[in-house]
Design a protein around this ligand. Structure first.
Ligand SMILES: [Mn+2]
Length: 237
């Protein structure tokens, strides 16, 4: 049996200013989970009480990138530098996280997914990287294509991620927010050279919870080590 990987879906309008909306996830998540031997299953936003039934259908939960997390979940109001939020997406994905923990199913978050995990368990975020005290690296690497790694990270060599990727690694970068206070019960397991948190994990629950700040789905086609992250998630986490 292939592991069924539930992917929390995003929404967008079909064309600018259109009233016709699409439920979607970036196809790279689908293809790289398939290549890793998993069976991706999209979970559209819906009623919070349905999160339980959705999670019952899956073996593991993937939280993808996209919107900024609504700062009300970590006790702040919207800073002028915050970008697009989607309160319904926040609420539904938080319900999925709660259910995945209750049903003892592993969770993997990418970019926003990692940030939402941190907030879900009591952590906070920088609403924009310019609000960090230290000068930062270029964490929005555009216009450099995302298949290229652009900054270094140091990964805790005791962690499974460190054993998979090595303690010195390079990643792509496409985020304007970052973890501020890490959630209780979580450990920072990867950090950029400017101090930005690039991966967190928790072993405090019945199933592991892992989040990474970079985008393996945008690099896995050309970098085997990034595809290895999907294989680790599908088969090991
Ligand atoms: Mn980065």
């Amino acid at each position: 049996m292939k592991p069924i990987i539930g992917i929390a879906a995003n929404e967008r309008s079909m064309i600018e200013e259109s009233e016709h909306w699409l439920t979607y996830t970036p196809k790279n998540f689908v293809t790289h989970i398939q290549e890793a031997g998993g069976l991706p299953l999209l979970l559209p936003m819906g009623a919070l009480e349905d999160a339980k039934a959705y999670v019952q259908q899956i073996d593991k939960l993937l939280l993808a990138g996209g919107h900024d997390v609504s700062p009300s979940y970590y006790g702040e109001t919207l800073h002028p530098l915050i970008q697009s939020t989607h309160p319904e997406r926040d609420a539904f994905e938080l319900a999925l996280i709660k259910e995945a923990v209750a049903q003892k199913k592993p969770i993997f978050g990418v970019c926003r997914g990692m940030q939402l995990i941190n907030v879900a368990f009591g952590g906070s975020l920088y609403q924009d990287l310019s609000l960090m005290e230290k000068p930062t690296l270029k964490h929005v690497q555009l216009p450099t294509p995302f298949r290229f790694a652009t900054h270094d990270v140091t990964i805790n060599s005791d962690s499974q991620l460190g054993q998979l990727l090595g303690s010195r690694y390079q990643v792509n970068s496409f985020h304007h927010q970052a973890v501020k206070d890490v959630a209780k019960d979580f450990q920072i397991i990867a950090t950029a050279t400017d101090g930005v948190v690039e991966a967190i994990e928790s072993q405090a629950f019945a199933a592991p919870v892992l989040g990474i700040q970079w985008h393996p789905e945008l690099a896995a086609q050309s970098r085997p080590s990034e595809q290895a992250i999907f294989e680790f998630f599908v088969h090991t986490l």
